[in-house]
Design a protein around this ligand. Structure first.
Ligand SMILES: [Mg+2]
Length: 170
């Protein structure tokens, strides 16, 4: 598959799904308005997307890594059963004070730090100038700024936002 040059980085909670407290179960899974349409658009237009998300729920032992992976899978499955529109979910499991055991640390990946973004760029051979990050918190903005990639806060009409960014880029 030939992909377009533009690549999206999304925060997860509050951008794709509803940011209720610690969403990790099926009953916590609510896609926000516009998410489905936006992701289907990316699929149709052959545009890569990645998620970069703080999930200290893992490090705090609120849920397991497997449960987070399952939750992430639900996002992709709700768009297509045979194709992953989110190519990979980059997750930070740590927390500097509430993490348990090896998860309690000042890591380099928890946003506003930019370890997740750097890893995604490196692993996928991406060019910073082609990346657009969308988040809902200042931490997302700061991580994008530190990395040197374009950033926007999620707008109410997420589909229109994604489409406009894409059109302006092409
Ligand atoms: Mg968020």
């Amino acid at each position: 598959m030939k992909y377009k040059k533009i690549v999206f980085f999304f925060d997860r909670d509050g951008v794709l799904n509803k940011d209720i407290i610690h969403p990790y179960k099926r009953k916590h899974f609510f896609l926000l308005p516009g998410t489905k349409k936006a992701l289907k658009y990316l699929l149709k237009e052959k545009i890569k997307a990645f998620v970069v998300s703080n999930q200290s729920v893992i490090g705090r032992k609120i849920c397991s890594k497997k449960q987070v992976n399952n939750f992430n899978r639900m996002i992709n499955k709700s768009i297509s059963s045979n194709y992953n529109v989110i190519k990979k979910f980059y997750i930070c499991p740590h927390h500097p004070t509430k993490g348990v055991g090896r998860y309690k640390k000042e890591c380099g990946c928890r946003k506003p730090k930019n370890g997740l973004l750097k890893r995604a760029i490196k692993e996928n051979n991406l060019l910073k100038k082609n990346i657009v990050m969308i988040g809902d918190k200042k931490n997302d903005f700061l991580a994008a700024k530190k990395t040197g990639v374009f950033f926007q806060y999620r707008k109410k009409n997420f589909f229109k936002q994604v489409k406009l960014i894409t059109k302006n880029y092409l």
